[in-house]
Design a protein around this ligand. Structure first.
Ligand code: HPA
Length: 271
């Protein structure tokens, strides 16, 4: 992996005139609009970057964006990669390794998730303060390169307490209703059955989704503080489970986008 990473990073540096990002952002569902606030200097298609996986989803365009947001140099992934697309965990998290090698010292992630907590309604935001990994493997499985991180990384606080507190303060100031909770990651791409939603709630989940945890594990392995936030796009706790479509999930995420963008951009400005 070291060789591949070297090749990727050299390519990116060459194409971006040695741009040195401070902050990495994974623009998952709900954060697409943040791009409009970035003063973009460069962008690179994933398909042109050596060793980069290519996002197969139509609604996730695959581009790496370099620019300035609230005076901070950022690198943003427009188009995230999911395990259900068929990639290995190492492929999904390769861009996080590349961002680390380019110099980021903080990672922001967003996603869409189903609510498991009866107090967290469709359209609400939830800052992730812990997770349960139900995906079938860890991106750290296999040989560990000690230069990249420890064999057995600590997971007592994967999400930066400081960033959570700052974000909660911003949400309060802005009058945005924002919860905190536990995100459970599953493989997907199918949504959950009624019994599965119930089970995920019983084991301690507040929200369920198909992404984020692999990136967070690799960021933690690399020593990068993480902030992650979910937009809750459907409710898995109802007496009668309402069928959800991708269109509805995206529509709810779009509606919540301004709240999410406000919190993230203000949070970045405080760094
Ligand atoms: N389950 C899993 N992933 C999701 C959901 C859900 O209900 N909603 C959005 N992503």
């Amino acid at each position: 992996m070291f060789q591949a990473l070297h090749e990727t990073v050299e390519y990116i540096k060459r194409k971006t005139n040695n741009f040195q990002p401070e902050i990495g952002i994974v623009l998952g569902t709900g954060l697409g609009a943040l791009v409009t606030e970035i003063e973009v200097e460069y962008n690179l298609m994933y398909s042109n970057i050596p060793n980069f996986p290519i996002s197969t989803l139509e609604f996730h365009s695959g581009k790496l964006i370099f620019g300035t947001l609230k005076g901070k140099k950022v690198i943003a992934m427009q188009g995230r990669l999911h395990y259900y697309e068929g990639y290995s965990m190492q492929q999904i998290t390769f861009p996080i390794r590349a961002m680390k090698a380019l110099g980021i010292h903080c990672l922001f992630v967003s996603n869409a998730a189903g609510s498991l907590n009866p107090n967290f309604k469709k359209g609400d935001l939830m800052i992730i303060n812990d997770h349960i990994n139900l995906q079938p493997e860890s991106p750290l499985r296999g040989h560990n390169d000690a230069d990249m991180g420890p064999r057995f990384p600590d997971m007592s606080q994967p999400y930066s307490r400081e960033l959570i507190d700052s974000a909660m303060a911003i949400a309060e100031k802005e009058g945005i209703n924002c919860h905190q909770g536990v995100y459970v990651s599953v493989t997907g791409p199918n949504l959950e059955t009624k019994a599965e939603y119930k089970y995920l709630r019983i084991i301690g989940g507040d929200a369920v989704g198909m992404s984020t945890v692999p990136e967070v594990i690799v960021a933690k392995h690399s020593g990068i503080p993480v902030f992650a936030i979910s937009v809750l796009t459907d409710e898995g706790f109802t007496e009668v489970l309402v069928p959800v479509s991708l269109e509805e999930i995206l529509e709810t995420a779009r509606e919540a986008e301004p709240k999410m963008t406000k919190i993230l951009s203000q949070l970045i400005s405080t760094l």
